[in-house]
Write a protein of this length. Structure first.
Length: 487
């Protein structure tokens, strides 16, 4: 029997629906993560700039971004909570045996979530109610709280990739847990910093893309220029850093998870002078078809020398490695991620060249078209990165210690499929509501800007400030039931 079909036939019936449900909810949640992790920092950069320069436009942008931050956080709470329950419901074998070892990461994330919720509430409430300096200082811990949440989740995930900090008793259960070693595993540093910088890059491009679209529609006032420049500059600064970190994590995988690396690079036989394939398909017999073959490059990338020995998939039994289909999938997602990153780097170089040479933003519509697409492209790159990380670990849920089949729930597969489709319907409603709220906020802000810019109106958005007394209400606005009385 074909190896892949043989492995599928031996897998529990619950495997496919459980993995499909987990994959769908994780892929949906991760769309929100860049804004959750990085938008607080970008907002505070804009806020600090506005305070330092006395720039009302920057302060208005910061205030509006803080509202988006709050809406995104509320949606992220829902999708994140679903994921937390799924760990226990879908993978009781994992949590039952290993929860005492790596569960500390989820505890850290829970505390970070609580702290971030409080800080966001204070930040939102503080506009117009607190002195400017006090308001800004109270918001400074927000980025740290967001990074602390990422710390907890990445600690748990990196432990699953390189489990440490325990010994096994005679029955194979973990004992003598060392919390420090369980958190700071060999993959933690590379994964954490690669993830955090990816969030900064992605959030920067996503936010800048909104204002790039406005530029293309003819909105070229200071509000849109500043709304584009600050987040795009953040993304531009961190994009080259991400290339260095990406190289570092690839080498960490090569050293700590050689079978995963072999799957990422579709290497079948252990050898030196291993070629690099751009895309291509791995077959169960070890042959590769399609793609672009570059001789010796994989060995050079792995160890800076064509003589570098790269372990192949065939070096371990079939039941201990990703299937040919899984290897092909993560090879494609890895190549797509690297490809998108390379294109984004070119866009950043274009931006930097024009800025340093002419001290202004690029004027070409093609630059802004590319910038508008960069946000979507960077989200796709994040999705591809997580697919590479999670599928590349197969068939292990705890690398070389527990298989996915051993951890899966014993619930009926039909019930899991019903849960899957219910979650799909609920998530379509949730994300549809999220988009509707954002569009409603955008429309309201635009109408407010147009109304204030009219003849004899209150100060325009570029002159108004979110501190101090509110601007006077125009005649006929906000009147109560008793001809202008208070409501």
């Amino acid at each position: 029997m074909h190896t892949t079909l043989h492995l599928l036939a031996e897998a529990p019936l619950q495997m496919l629906p459980a993995r499909s449900l987990m994959a769908f909810t994780l892929a949906s949640h991760i769309i929100l993560v860049p804004l959750g992790v990085a938008l607080p920092l970008i907002t505070l950069i804009m806020h600090g700039y506005g305070l330092r320069r006395g720039d009302a436009t920057a302060l208005l942008l910061a205030r509006r971004w803080s509202a988006v931050m709050a809406v995104q956080f509320a949606i992220g709470v829902v999708t994140g909570t679903v994921l937390s329950f799924e760990f226990g419901l879908l993978w009781p074998g994992l949590m039952g045996r290993w929860g005492d070892v790596f569960g500390i990461g989820f505890g850290v994330e829970a505390w970070a979530f609580f702290l971030e919720a409080v800080l966001i509430a204070i930040y939102l409430y503080g506009w117009r109610r607190l002195p400017a300096r006090t308001h800004f200082l109270l918001a400074l811990p927000l980025p740290a709280a967001a990074l602390l949440g990422a710390f907890g989740i990445l600690a748990a995930n990196s432990w699953m990739n390189t489990p440490r900090g325990f010994t096994l008793d005679a029955e194979g259960n973990p004992v003598d847990v060392d919390v420090r070693k369980a958190i700071f595993t060999p993959m933690f540093g590379p994964q954490y910093w690669h993830f955090v910088v990816a969030m900064l890059v992605t959030a920067g491009f996503v936010v800048a893309g909104v204002y790039a679209s406005g530029w293309l529609r003819g909105r070229r006032d200071r509000y849109h220029r500043l709304g584009f420049t600050v987040p795009f500059t953040v993304a531009a600064v961190f994009t080259p850093v991400q290339f260095v970190l990406g190289d570092a994590i690839a080498r960490a995988v090569f050293q700590k998870q050689p079978v995963k690396f072999a799957a990422m690079e579709i290497v079948w036989n252990t050898d030196t002078h291993v070629p690099e394939y751009l895309f291509g398909r791995l077959h169960p017999d070890g042959t590769v078809t399609g793609g672009i073959k570059i001789p010796q490059l994989d060995s050079i990338l792995a160890g800076f020398s064509p003589d570098t020995r790269v372990q192949g998939l065939s070096s371990v039994p079939a039941e201990n490695r990703p299937t040919a289909a899984q290897a092909t999938l993560i090879h494609w997602t890895f190549d797509i991620m690297v490809g998108i990153g390379s294109v984004l780097l070119l866009l950043v170089l274009w931006y930097a060249f024009v800025w340093f040479r002419r001290r202004r933003l690029p004027a070409s519509p093609w630059f802004y078209r590319s910038a508008a697409c960069a946000g979507v492209a960077s989200v796709i790159a994040v999705e591809c990165g997580w697919i590479t990380t999670e599928v590349g670990r197969q068939p292990w849920i705890v690398y070389e210690n527990m298989r996915v089949a051993e951890a899966v729930t014993g619930a009926r597969s039909g019930s899991l499929w019903a849960m899957f489709w219910l979650i799909v319907v609920v998530y379509v409603f949730i994300f549809g509501s999220f988009l509707a709220v954002l569009l409603k906020m955008r429309t309201r802000w635009r109408e407010d800007d147009e109304r204030r810019a009219g003849p004899g109106a209150a100060p325009t958005p570029e002159e108004d400030t979110p501190y101090g007394p509110r601007p006077p209400v125009a005649a006929g606005e906000g009147a109560g039931p008793a001809e202008g009385g208070r409501t």
